[in-house]
Design a binder for this molecule. Structure first.
Ligand code: MG
Length: 252
């Protein structure tokens, strides 16, 4: 069931979104070679909890043990932070985070290039960022969920990369995953109609090679079957009468 939000609810999410945006910025500036993914998790969790009333959404969600998902190189999403998993120079690290504030969740992700990253990986990050921007631009009232997916898919496939079919964006609010699903592929004018008050996480997951995925035996980490690298960028967006409002980017 789709839960439309009032202006008041969207303002709460915008406040949580500012904390989340700052957490994502911290991940981008302070993730370094030699840190473990657990170090990143602790840094982000501590930052979120330093804001009164804010909690990391992921901790305990479906039993997930940490505050961020940290997914390196061919890992697409849902990597479990570990002291044994050390980030190396040349890695790309996707960090997915959620914040719960006053009963409302927001969700965002970034992919960090650590040290000397190859040109193809940098292009992957650039294209995925642009795909997210295109998806957000399509999140207009009276458009449909399919317009978002089509916009994302167009940017990605024009660049010669692929979007995941197995993982989708989602509605978000008092529950972390709400309706509707927001696929990263699709056809314009198809699917649920976008209306003011809808709050969704738009999250392209893009791979250099095949879109096929598999889950590791840890029951969480999703990797590309062909071991090609993948990137993930995400924002929580409110559909308003004036157009999309990104709730998880730092206010200028
Ligand atoms: Mg999400």
């Amino acid at each position: 069931m789709i839960q439309l939000k009032s202006a008041r609810e969207i303002e709460i999410m915008a406040r949580g979104g500012q904390i989340l945006a700052a957490a994502v910025r911290l991940a981008e500036t302070d993730t370094r070679a030699g840190m473990s993914t657990l170090d990143v998790d602790r840094m982000i969790e501590e930052f979120i909890r330093s804001h009164e009333g804010a909690l990391p959404s992921f901790k305990g969600l479906y039993g997930f043990p940490a505050s961020v998902c940290a997914s390196i190189n061919e890992e697409i999403v849902h990597g479990i932070p570990s002291a044994k998993r050390v980030i190396r120079d040349g890695d790309i690290v996707s960090i997915d985070v959620g914040v719960l504030l006053e009963g409302y969740h927001t969700d965002a992700a970034t992919t960090v290039a650590v040290g000397n990253v190859g040109a193809e990986s940098l292009r992957l990050l650039d294209v995925t960022r642009k795909a997210l921007a295109a998806g957000i631009a399509a999140a207009q009232p009276d458009n449909h969920v399919g317009d978002i997916g089509a916009a994302v898919q167009e940017v990605v496939e024009r660049a010669g990369f692929n979007v995941t079919r197995d993982l989708v964006g989602h509605g978000i609010g008092t529950t972390f995953h709400e309706d509707p699903q927001v696929p990263n592929y699709g056809k314009p004018k198809r699917g649920v109609k976008l209306t003011a008050g809808l709050t969704i996480a738009i999250e392209p997951m893009v791979m250099i090679g095949s879109h096929k995925t598999r889950q590791l035996p840890d029951q969480w980490t999703v990797v590309t079957v062909d071991k090609s690298r993948a990137a993930h960028f995400e924002h929580t967006v409110a559909i308003t009468a004036q157009g999309p409002r990104v709730l998880t980017q730092l206010a200028a």
